[in-house]
Design a protein around this ligand. Structure first.
Ligand code: KG4
Ligand code: ZN
Length: 345
């Protein structure tokens, strides 16, 4: 007899995207709805937590309803409600957590708590039938830069992370320095296509021979000094720079970030003799990074298999939440209705 599929409603509100999705059996995406708040935060050059939280409150139930309508499933066909409850902005997370707890209670369905970063990693596994172990995962987002050893969707060991700015945060801050709109990542990538990545030699912080941690704040400061003079004594030159000069800075900055990300991922992969490399998170939408990691995997001896999150599931979404929740569902790992959000994790 054919087994009935497991439909999970995933909810994501950790930062500035309100998202809901229905995923069957951890893989089959039946719907995915994402409401981005970029327009609301653009004029502030970054996410304003109170504005994000208010927008989540307005959007959360219409987005969940839309996800259910698009998937053509009613409450009776939903097997569990999953929500990203950590890490993120607490006042943003609490909106998704409250909605998930309410629906779980009203519908009498189990509640599943999901770590947002582990969910990013899961989006790289979405298309894989099998996972050749051991695997190294690089998760690069606006808030985090992490290297994990992954032995299954639920068995992750953190090997290294950022000691200051995350990679995406560096993209966003450098975009602000270059007077590009928020979010910075896609705008830097677009501009870098016209620039020379060797034009400015920005620093690559490796933090010692064996370190698997990251540091991007020195690089961000180097860009700032390049644009405003050492110790910020000079004038902000960006306004008077040619488009080519700005594109060269964007390309050189992007090259420095990617260099560090790829070298550290290679270092981690060599350390654990990884057969597979997983790449996910918002910054993984960057085509130059995807290509550089692909090259690193191909030229490794023996070559490593690369699994990259599909572009639409690199930035925040709820498919990754519902997909990872399937494995917790199968393992019976449910959360109590007293579940709270947590900014760390
Ligand atoms: O994963 P995500 O949507 O949110 C967090 O969990 O933080 O990542 C958002 C980050 C932002 O910093 C954004 O600038 C960056 O991902 N990003 C990119 C690109 N697209 C988004 N960075 C570089 N290149 C891109 N194409
Ligand atoms: Zn994220």
């Amino acid at each position: 007899m054919e087994q009935k599929s497991v439909n999970i409603l995933g909810i994501e509100t950790s930062c500035d995207e309100t998202a809901a999705a229905i995923v069957a059996d951890g893989r089959e995406v039946r719907s995915s709805v994402v409401a981005s708040q970029n327009a609301l935060h653009e004029k502030y050059g970054g996410v304003v937590p109170e504005i994000a939280s208010r927008a989540h409150i307005e959007k959360i139930y219409p987005i969940i309803r839309e996800a259910m309508e698009q998937a053509g499933v009613g409450r009776d066909e939903i097997d569990a409600v999953a929500v990203a409850n950590q890490p993120g902005l607490t006042i943003a997370l609490v909106v998704g957590v409250t909605a998930a707890k309410t629906l779980s209670f009203m519908w009498g369905k189990p509640l599943i708590a999901i770590n947002h970063l582990h969910a990013h990693l899961q989006s790289a596994m979405l298309s894989a039938e099998t996972l050749e172990l051991p695997a190294i995962a690089l998760i690069v987002s606006g808030g985090h830069t992490c290297l994990y050893e992954a032995n299954s969707p639920l068995e992750l060991r953190l090997l290294g992370s950022t000691i200051d700015d995350a990679a995406g945060e560096a993209f966003d801050k450098v975009a602000t320095i270059l007077k590009l709109p928020y979010p910075g990542g896609p705008n830097i990538e677009r501009l870098a296509k016209q620039g020379n990545p060797k034009a400015v030699s920005f620093p690559r912080s490796m933090l010692g021979r064996d370190s698997l941690d990251f540091s991007f704040s020195g690089l961000k400061t180097a860009v700032l000094y390049h644009c405003r003079g050492q110790d910020m004594q000079g004038q902000d030159r960006v306004g008077s720079m040619s488009e080519q000069e700005i594109a060269d800075i964007a390309a050189s900055f992007q090259a420095a970030v990617i260099d560090v990300l790829v070298k550290k991922t290679k270092r981690a992969a060599e350390k654990i003799h990884a057969k597979t490399v997983l790449l996910g998170g918002g910054v993984a939408a960057n085509g130059t990074l995807r290509e550089a990691v692909r090259k690193m995997c191909e030229t490794s001896r023996p070559p490593r298999r690369l699994l990259v999150a599909p572009k639409q599931y690199c930035t925040d979404n709820a498919v990754m939440v519902a997909s990872l929740a399937y494995y917790k569902y199968r393992a019976g790992l449910f959360a109590p209705l007293t579940l709270e959000p947590s900014s760390t994790g």
